[in-house]
Design a binder for this molecule. Structure first.
Ligand SMILES: Cc1ncc(COP(=O)(O)O)c(C=O)c1O
Length: 262
């Protein structure tokens, strides 16, 4: 059965799910996205994702075309229509399609809202069992990484470099410190049970899975500190972790997980 997607008010088969070539998401990456995990047919950490969505659209003065309650209803309806037990719901909102390609915000144009689901066995993902390799690359992104913008070219290049090196993620380095992974938050668990991860700021995306990991660490009274640098990556640590809604948490248990460095 063909997947059902949501496009601007309608549920349609994936092959009929289309937006205009004048859509500002396509022309300018003028849009915001969210990806929520689904386990046992239920959305995971979705309140955090929707709160971040509201914040991101607010930061770029983009009005959501639907209320948060309606967006949640649409997410649930898509899960039901696609019979999704385990996977992801992708959501993207853009500033819509004007009549031409003017940079400044268009007037009277309705934002575009699209959503689709994909099937993924998150719990039994091979990487969750074996761990992954991680490479480091320079962080070449803009300075508002706290906004979940669809402008992901730097991450596409970082993750392609990882794929070519046979690694599962690329940690991006700025001023000698890891900001985050191409599509995940970065953690190191030291030999002394200290969790090291970057503090939230405009330098990183405030990850929803990161938030859950930090809450768990605090509950377990594990010490938390900011700043993964090359020195820390070079010494022996208990675990390197990448956290993302797309795979939840992947743990690599030795320093061998760090591959090449650039
Ligand atoms: C740059 C970046 N950091 C962190 C994350 C993890 O965020 P979350 O846990 O909310 O999925 C992502 C996910 O796409 C990401 O793209």
């Amino acid at each position: 059965m063909e997947q059902i997607a949501y496009v601007n008010g309608s549920f349609v088969p994936m092959s009929e799910a289309k937006v205009s070539i004048l859509d500002r998401g396509f022309l300018f990456a003028d849009g915001i996205y969210e990806v929520s995990a689904v386990l046992d047919g239920k959305l995971i950490d979705n309140a955090s994702h929707l709160a971040r969505l509201e914040r991101s659209v607010g930061e770029i003065s983009l009005a959501l075309p639907e209320t948060i309650e309606r967006i949640q209803e649409i997410q649930r309806e898509l899960i039901a229509r696609n019979n999704l037990a385990s996977g992801l719901v992708y959501l993207e909102v853009t500033r819509g399609a004007d009549k031409g390609r003017d940079f400044a915000f268009p007037k009277g144009v309705k934002p575009t809202l699209v959503m689709f689901t994909s099937v993924k066995d998150i719990v039994n993902a091979p990487s969750a069992k074996t761990g992954i390799g991680v490479i480091t690359v320079p962080d070449i992104r803009w300075t508002r990484r706290d906004i979940k913008s669809v402008a992901l070219l730097a991450q596409v290049l970082a993750k392609q470099a990882a794929a070519e090196a046979g690694a599962g993620e690329a940690w991006m380095i700025e001023d000698g410190k890891v900001t985050e992974g191409g599509s995940s938050s970065a953690f190191i668990l030291t030999q002394d049970d200290v969790i090291v991860t970057r503090q939230n700021s405009s330098a990183i995306l405030p990850g929803c899975t990161r938030k859950a990991v930090v809450a768990l660490a605090e509950e377990r009274q594990l010490a938390l500190t900011g700043g993964i640098d090359r020195k820390l990556m070079a010494i022996r640590f208990q675990a390197l972790m990448v956290a993302t809604s797309m795979v939840r948490l992947t743990v690599s248990s030795s320093e061998n997980c760090l591959r090449t460095s650039s």
